[in-house]
Design a protein around this ligand. Structure first.
Ligand SMILES: Cc1cc2nc3c(=O)[nH]c(=O)nc-3n(C[C@H](O)[C@H](O)[C@H](O)COP(=O)(O)OP(=O)(O)OC[C@H]3O[C@@H](n4cnc5c(N)ncnc54)[C@H](O)[C@@H]3O)c2cc1C
Length: 165
C-alpha cells in the first residue's frame, strides 16, 4: 500500500526515523483541505507511546480537514545543511503516513498534553506545568496520528559520512 523508497541506500532504519521524530521540534501536517487542495500546516508535536500527538484549537481549517478525511502525512526535517558549491542540501527527513483523529478520551487527552508540555519544557515543575495546562485545557483539542507507515531518508553525502566514521 505504501511505496518503497527508490534510493534504498539513503533509507534510514525505523529506529533512526523514530529518533528523528523524537528530537524534532515541528513538522508539516498535510491534510486534505478545502476544495481538494492539500493543506500542509506547521505544528509542534510529541511522539508518545508510538503515536504522534498535536495540540490545536477546537475550530479551524485543520480541524475541519481532519473531520472530513483522517488520512494524513506528517513531515519532519532533521537536517537541511545547504552546500551551495555543490548545488545540494545534506538533508535528513522523515515522513509519516497515518490516520488523524480528535482525542475524545479525557485521560488520554490529559496525558498527551502533559507529554507534549514535557517535551518542550522538560525543566518545568509539575506544579507550574499543570497550572499552565489547566488554564488552556477547556478550549484545547488534542489530535492523535496513528502511524501506518514511516520512512526516513538522508542525503547520500550523509550516508557516506556515517560510513567513514
Ligand atoms: C513552527 C510552528 C509550530 C506551530 N505549532 C502549532 C501547534 O502545536 N498547535 C497549533 O494549533 N498551531 C501551531 N502553529 C500554528 C499553526 O501553523 C496554525 O496557524 C494553527 O494551528 C491554526 O490552524 P487552523 O487550520 O486552525 O487555522 P485557520 O485560521 O482556520 O486557517 C485558515 C487559513 O489561514 C492560513 N493559515 C493558517 N495557519 C497558517 C500558518 N501557520 N501559516 C500561514 N498561513 C496559515 C491558511 O491559508 C488557512 O487555510 C504552529 C506554527 C508554526 C510555524
Amino acid at each position: 500500500m505504501f511505496r518503497e523508497m527508490r534510493r534504498s541506500r539513503q533509507q534510514l532504519s525505523e529506529k533512526d526515523s523514530l529518533a528523528v521524530l523524537d528530537r524534532g521540534k515541528y513538522g508539516m501536517l498535510a491534510l486534505l483541505g478545502d476544495n481538494g487542495y492539500p493543506y500542509a500546516v506547521p505544528l509542534n508535536y510529541v511522539l508518545w507511546q508510538g503515536k504522534l500527538y498535536f495540540h490545536s484549537a477546537k475550530q479551524g481549517h485543520k480541524i475541519d480537514a481532519v473531520r472530513n478525511e483522517p488520512k494524513a502525512s506528517f513531515c519532519v526535517v532533521d537536517s537541511d545543511e545547504l552546500v551551495p558549491q555543490e548545488y545540494t542540501t545534506y538533508f535528513r527527513s522523515v515522513i509519516v503516513f497515518g490516520d488523524v483523529s480528535i482525542v475524545s478520551d479525557e485521560p488520554e487527552k490529559r496525558s498527551a498534553i502533559e507529554a507534549l508540555a514535557k517535551k518542550y519544557f522538560p525543566e518545568d515543575s509539575e506544579q507550574h506545568r499543570n497550572a499552565a495546562i489547566d488554564r488552556e485545557y477547556a478550549p484545547l483539542c488534542m489530535l492523535r496520528m496513528d502511524i501506518r507507515h514511516i520512512s526516513g531518508k538522508q542525503a547520500i553525502e550523509l550516508v557516506k559520512r556515517s560510513e567513514e566514521r
